[in-house]
Design a protein around this ligand. Structure first.
Ligand SMILES: [Zn+2]
Length: 203
């Protein structure tokens, strides 16, 4: 991006799989804004506790101080004085993050979000698709497939777990290209409520 708009806010989204440099790109943009003497505030959801508590840490251990938040609206409250707002791991902030970044951009702020665009099953990771739809600028970062060296858009889980998120379990993932990605086996059929033995309950 070579030109910044003026007299308006806007939204940038950096998305892609794990190991693709999303956080490094976010930090690069935020540091450049700090050098330009802009007031910068950086947020990340409390769920991402890997490495450090109150800073954003990229895989190459680049760090920048950040505020931990439990909800998207907390960002709105704490970003009122900022000119530039960074949000890492935006996929963990729920659908509310879309309204929050829209309001912040509408009030004249530059908002930069980074997040995973698909989960370990290869399925779009809400609310990143919705953020992409409302953003002015979108960058998709790709990793390199560990199997074949192709550009990799997938985050392959290499341990058996059905949890959508394995926080901090870094060794549990590797980047894979479309050809080398192996989606997880579908879940075995689980009995529906009707098939479960009846239990007394008051309701
Ligand atoms: Zn591959």
């Amino acid at each position: 991006m070579h030109h910044f708009p003026h007299n308006t806010g806007w939204i940038e989204v950096i998305c892609g799989p794990m190991f693709s440099g999303k956080t490094e790109e976010l930090i690069r943009r935020l540091v450049r804004a700090q050098i330009a003497k802009l007031k910068v505030e950086i947020f990340k959801p409390r769920i991402d506790a890997r490495y450090a508590k109150d800073e954003i840490v990229s895989h190459s251990r680049l760090t920048i101080p950040s505020q931990l938040v439990d909800s998207a609206w907390e960002i709105y409250e704490h970003a009122q004085d900022a000119q530039v707002i960074g949000v890492d791991e935006a996929q963990f902030l729920g659908p509310e993050i879309v309204d929050v970044v829209q309001k912040l951009a509408d009030s004249g702020k530059r908002v930069i979000c980074a997040g995973l665009d698909t989960d370990y099953r290869g399925i779009p990771f809400d609310p990143i698709p919705q953020l992409l739809a409302v953003a002015e600028y979108i960058d998709k970062t790709l990793a390199i497939c560990v199997r074949c060296g192709n550009p990799a858009k997938h985050t392959q889980r290499v341990v058996a777990s059905r949890d959508l998120v394995l926080v901090g379990a870094y060794d549990a993932y590797e980047p894979r290209c479309r050809n080398c990605f192996v989606p997880p086996e579908p879940l075995p059929d689980t009995p529906s409520q009707e098939q479960l033995p009846l239990t007394s309950s008051k309701g």
